[in-house]
Design a protein around this ligand. Structure first.
Ligand code: PLP
Length: 404
């Protein structure tokens, strides 16, 4: 096996998932709070659009490498209208459609990053960023955050992490795994910082943009300084906002020159993304997305309330912060009473995430993702997509464990 692939990590979630599946097969009740996708079908109008494209030959043939032009234009308009940026700032931008947000982010990084380049990543992070950076020969430079600050990075810490080798910074707001988005004030400060660092490209992973369930909705640095769009890549897709993780459509909006380069790369790695789904998206009315997501967001708001109430009722509110968006909550296990049972002493800085999550699965039948996967030791990610009643039961079991 190549050194390149040998050096990337396996998904640590797999071991726990295997165990959870085995327990369910043995007839045990398992509450799965690991999932990274909504538990709903996509919008019926979108499903209808897919159906109506089924009879066309074009739906089964190669699409242009960067995607159908009408859909690319539509996605660009969707983004600038939804993010409230005036059209003229998008004049020099283009769009490349690929097989999912992950695929698209990997192509962006492969296009930008040379061996030895640094890419700033905020911890906790989406698990694939560091591995993708590694695959490009780059170095991930981490900026840590804490639950006390609702996982918002300090601008001072970001500033300190910028070096002459910094090629890019990845900003993921709304955030996986923290389930928060950064404030407008933060975005304003970040915009000013980036204005001063003109060699740094901003990769804004906005895949959860539509899934904010508490106001104010997410805003971005380019709302304050639209000129930053000349070195920004906006990355998104339909996996989350249309509950279509399996349809594999993602896209990026970036300066034209960068899009041509990404497209050149994509012409050799994948060709154009699914023609059928692209055609369906071209005829689907994106304005329907907020209505489609309304009940889903209502449920997330209820589940976020359950997290708060259950942690408060067990007196473990020290690890609570207000989740706002995406569908996750990051549980800082080091702030809970049970943690004392794992650490040897105050100087013990080992990461017990996996061990604690294994114990939670075995003793409570609740599967969580250990925080190790996200670069945040002694924590676990809770996915909040389960229906209210099973979610409440699962949370109570977890909270009882935390005080045991
Ligand atoms: N970015 C973040 C932060 C994610 O959480 C995910 C998926 O979970 C992706 C990108 C990639 O999404 P997909 O490849 O399913 O479009």
């Amino acid at each position: 096996m190549s050194i390149r692939v040998n050096e990337i990590s396996d998904s640590v979630t797999l071991r726990l998932n295997d165990q959870a599946v085995k327990m369910a097969e043995e007839g045990k009740t398992v509450y799965n709070l690991t999932t990274g996708q909504l538990a709903s079908k996509p919008d019926f109008d979108f499903i209808d659009s897919i159906k109506s494209e089924l009879n066309f030959l074009k739906s089964y043939q190669y699409s242009p490498v960067a995607g159908f032009v009408d859909l690319r234009e539509k996605l660009i308009s969707y983004i600038f209208e939804d993010r409230h940026v005036s059209k003229e700032h998008f004049a020099n931008l283009d769009c490349v459609i690929s097989n999912g947000g992950k695929h698209n982010l990997f192509h962006v990084l492969l296009t930008l990053v040379d061996p030895g380049d640094e890419v700033i990543v905020i911890s906790p992070f989406w698990i694939s960023y560091p591995e993708m950076i590694k695959l490009c020969g780059g170095k991930a430079v981490y900026v840590d955050t804490r639950s006390f600050d609702a996982f918002t990075p300090s601008l001072e810490a970001i500033k300190k992490s910028i070096t002459p080798k910094t090629k890019a910074i990845i900003i993921n707001s709304p955030n996986n795994p923290a389930g928060i988005h950064y404030s407008d004030e933060w975005m304003k400060g970040f915009a000013e910082l980036m204005i001063q660092n003109e060699n740094v490209t901003m990769i804004s992973d906005e895949i959860y943009f539509e899934l904010s369930y508490f106001d104010p909705a997410p805003t971005y640095f380019y709302n304050h300084r639209p000129e930053l769009l000349s070195r920004t890549v906006i990355s998104s897709g339909i996996s989350k906002c249309l509950a279509s993780t399996g349809l594999r459509i993602g896209y990026c909006i970036a300066p034209k020159k960068l899009c041509s380069a990404i497209s050149k790369l994509q012409s050799h790695t994948a060709s154009g993304a699914s023609s059928l789904i692209q055609r369906a998206l071209a005829s689907y009315e994106f304005k329907l997305i907020p209505d489609y997501l309304r009940p889903i967001k209502n449920q997330l708001r209820v589940n976020a309330g359950i997290v708060r109430e259950v942690l408060r009722s067990r007196d473990v509110a020290r690890c609570w912060y207000q989740p706002l968006s995406a569908f996750y909550f990051m549980l800082d296990l080091s702030l809970t009473p049970v943690f004392d049972k794992y650490v040897e002493n105050k100087q013990d800085h080992n990461d017990y995430s996996m061990k604690i999550c294994e114990d939670i699965l075995n003793k409570c039948g609740v599967a969580l993702v250990p925080g190790t996967a996200f670069g945040f030791p002694n924590s676990a990610r809770i996915s909040m997509v389960l229906e209210k009643t099973p979610f409440q039961i699962a949370m109570e079991k977890v909270a009882d464990f935390l005080i045991s």
